[in-house]
Design a protein around this ligand. Structure first.
Ligand code: TNX
Length: 510
């Protein structure tokens, strides 16, 4: 098998290559250690210092210096060649120091995140003076398998404020997730302020599942989320879900609804009952304004138009709507993403990306929808509902969560699948990456987010980053991974992540 029996360091996601040298003198972080970085790398150096100072009690000054000393950590940007992946990095640690090099800041950032995981875990969270900050001599060469590694947070079914989202960003950045998809609009609420249609938030944001007060992001709030995400090399992907999942928009502006529909705020969990009025030209004015404002507020390359479960839109209307909606959403230079249902259209704006959310064993139609994106010059984000969904129960005893795929999703099931083995004929070339969505019908607090997301998001992070495993290697790779995950647990605890120590892993101290 290709999977090493036991990786030298329990790093998640597993690096492409690590060669440790237990006989060589290790690296030691000490009172004299500095983080040495040229001016183009100081922001990553400050990030790393900020992570290590509270843990170690060391001062770790960030300096620009030509002569690095043996206890220093050096961050070095090298010149890019055309083929270099900006996310790739190399890291060496030994008695001469730690050196992280990459062709772009993002690569240095991932090297820094890996270095955090090389320090001993046992001491994390304990008193700094007691610890010896030693890293066994090692060399790591690392680069991701997929360019897109995402997590989705549904801030509609239950609203989460800016600080909760920033905390989520910090936690997912630790495992090299690089996209945060925010599900911003749905039947229960509209969560982002749109200046040209202000009632979306003055009327449409006031509810959530279960009758709570809801909420929304002002333009400044959203800018703060985008800025914080960017500081962790995470791109925000805003989703405006249309033409279904629109009850909150329709309650705010009844002119957008089909005639003769009863419009009431909604706080339940049913799906598929709402639709925009597809033949009404006002709807396209609305979409033009909304996607213009959302595109202005979003520096990243993507906007997501939803398109799932539009069960109250006729097929004819859906097929008229989707090409026009993708054109409008793309018109500000963005690449459009939609759930796989929009692949029913053969007139997508070229390059539109499909997000596949059916099961790992496709039931036919959904697989064809998914192939349709690749045929139209796009690619796929893989989010199978029975492996990548973070809102599905872990087992029958999980209080939170849903079981619509027909069964729960254990940690092992979240780990033991391959994105290139789901849709016939679609392999790595047609796959942009993976994403794990957290729908929040049953999730109301940051502690509950942690419980559903961790540790299963670690599985998705590793599937998105680490080299492909063959079907024959799956069982062995799970055995190896589950040991690494157990070793990673105290790290989550030290970061304040209230993960679920679910069955199937020999958790330390259990
Ligand atoms: C289906 S998955 C939905 C959401 C629900 C979710 C619950 C998808 C694109 N749509 O509206 O929240 O199931 O797991």
């Amino acid at each position: 098998m290709n999977v090493p029996a036991s990786a030298p360091h329990p790093i998640i996601p597993r690096p492409r290559r690590e060669t440790s040298n237990p006989n060589a003198t290790p690296f030691t972080l000490s009172e004299s250690s500095r983080i040495v970085a040229a001016s183009d790398a100081t922001s990553v150096a400050e990030f790393l210092a900020g992570a290590l100072r509270p843990l170690t009690g060391l001062s770790l000054p960030v300096v620009e210096a030509a002569d690095a000393a043996p206890h220093d950590i050096v961050l070095a940007l090298s010149t890019a060649s055309a083929t270099d992946n900006p996310e790739a990095y190399s890291l060496t640690a030994d008695a001469t120091g730690v050196r992280i090099s990459a062709t772009a800041s993002v690569g240095l950032f991932y090297g820094a995140q890996t270095l955090r995981q090389l320090f001993p875990v046992a001491q994390e969270g304990s008193s700094p003076e007691a610890a010896e900050w030693v890293v066994e001599a090692t060399t790591i060469e690392d680069a991701p398998r997929f360019a897109y590694r995402g997590a989705m947070l549904d801030v509609v079914r239950h609203f989460f404020g800016v600080d909760e989202v920033k905390r989520f960003i910090d936690n997912i950045a630790f495992i090299k997730i690089n996209h945060l998809h925010l599900h911003l609009t749905d039947d229960q609420g509209w969560r982002i302020h749109i200046e040209s249609w202000p009632k979306l938030t003055s009327v449409g944001a006031a509810n959530e599942v279960g009758g709570g007060a809801g909420g929304f992001y002002t333009r400044d709030d959203y800018a703060e989320i985008v800025r914080h995400a960017a500081s962790r090399f995470i791109t925000v992907v805003p989703e405006i879900d249309i033409p279904g999942h629109t009850n909150a928009a329709l309650v705010s502006y009844p002119e957008l609804a089909p005639e003769g529909i009863d419009l009431e705020p909604y706080t339940g969990t049913k799906v598929g009952f709402s639709t925009l009025a597809i033949s009404n030209e006002r709807v396209y004015d609305f979409l033009t304004d909304v996607f213009r404002e959302v595109s202005e507020m979003t520096p990243g390359p993507f906007v997501h138009i939803g398109g799932d479960e539009s069960l109250s839109t006729t097929e004819e209307d859906f097929l008229r709507f989707v090409p026009r909606a993708t054109r409008i959403a793309a018109s500000h230079g963005k690449t459009v993403i939609g759930w796989h249902e929009i692949g029913r259209s053969e007139e997508l704006t070229p390059g539109t990306i499909g997000q596949y959310w059916d099961l790992t064993t496709p039931r036919g139609a959904a697989g064809e929808r998914a192939q349709s994106f690749v045929k139209q010059g796009g690619s796929l984000i893989m989010s199978p509902g029975d492996t990548a969904y973070l809102d599905i129960k872990y087992d029958e005893n999980t209080v939170l969560g849903l079981v619509w795929p027909g069964k729960p999703t254990s940690i092992e099931e979240s780990y033991s699948w391959d994105p290139a083995a789901v849709i016939p004929g679609v392999d790595d070339d047609g796959i942009l990456g993976v994403e794990a969505p957290l729908w929040t019908e049953s999730v109301t607090t940051s502690a509950e987010i942690d419980y559903m997301v961790f540790p299963r998001l670690l599985s998705i992070a590793e599937i998105g980053w680490s080299p492909r495993r063959s079907a024959d290697d799956m069982a062995d790779s799970w055995v190896e991974y589950s040991k690494r995950l157990a070793a990673f647990a105290p790290r989550m605890t030290a970061l304040g992540i209230q993960f679920n120590p679910a069955a199937g892993v020999a958790w330390p101290g259990a």
